[in-house]
Design a protein around this ligand. Structure first.
Ligand SMILES: [Fe+2]
Length: 258
């Protein structure tokens, strides 16, 4: 089995990720060399600065996939998007469907937390999307300010309702600060994280999901957990979709060693 990365800004020229097709291809070569077999292109959607049009994503992904084939790079790229935390819950169904993954009845979207902290507005908009029939994978909760100081209380009901949490490789590396690193490690160690993804921005932030395996071990996960977080679980999401219904295991808040 190879790594499957569900969060990556590999699509060129649409947001703050890869700036050119050359940067996308260089990064893709590195992915295949490091054992990453598939990746979801997740440009920012609804971001106040980047504002990628969701309707344009499939064509851009097809262009990238054709360029990869032309270079003989064996990387599968799926169309997706990273929903900005506010302002996307009223996107029409046809737009959300272009960004969602999984089979009918188990479709899910990637939605990032507000860096300023999980708030009632985020929780409300997440609940609206879930009410529209989409499961949610919540991107980099460890980057939300104050997650370990009360932010979890607003996130926990969403997790209880079936939302899954995705921790970033760059957070586990310490690139987003000590608090995000501690929170990310706590989510990995405690089992609240369902998957790890790169959230890479080729050309500027080029870490790969392959790093996620040793970083999960360093955070305190077993080798089986690390395999699930970086390979089995993201692939399950892509092939089988998001598990339905409330979380089977009621998680407590992430614990940071004293
Ligand atoms: Fe991202």
């Amino acid at each position: 089995m190879s790594y499957a990365d569900i969060h990556c800004h590999i699509l060129p020229g649409v947001d703050d990720g890869a700036r050119s097709i050359e940067e996308s291809l260089d990064y893709a070569r590195r992915l295949t060399a490091e054992g990453v077999g598939e990746v979801v292109a997740t440009p920012h959607i609804g971001h106040p600065v980047f504002g990628t049009d969701p309707m344009a994503v499939p064509l851009r992904v097809a262009e990238l996939q054709a360029a990869l084939a032309g270079e003989g790079i064996a990387l599968d790229v799926h169309a997706g998007g990273e929903l900005f935390p506010h302002g996307n819950c009223d996107l029409p169904d046809e737009a959300l469907e272009l960004l969602a993954h999984g089979p009918p009845g188990a479709r899910w979207l990637l939605m990032e937390v507000p860096f300023a902290g999980v708030d009632q507005r985020f929780a409300g908009e997440a609940a609206i999307l879930m009410g529209r029939g989409y499961g949610l994978v919540i991107a980099h909760p460890e980057r939300a300010e104050g997650l370990l100081e009360g932010g979890w209380e607003l996130l926990e009901p969403l997790v209880g309702a079936g939302a899954l949490l995705q921790v970033n490789v760059c957070s586990l590396l310490g690139n987003n600060g000590a608090r995000a690193k501690a929170a990310g490690e706590a989510l990995v160690r405690g089992g609240q994280a369902f998957t790890i993804a790169s959230d890479a921005h080729p050309g500027t932030r080029e870490h790969t999901l392959a790093l996620g395996f040793p970083l999960a071990i360093r955070a305190g996960a077993s080798s089986v957990q690390a395999w699930r977080l970086t390979q089995a679980n993201p692939r399950f999401l892509l092939e089988s979709g998001i598990p339905k219904g409330p979380a089977a295991i009621p998680f407590g808040p992430p614990q940071v060693p004293a």
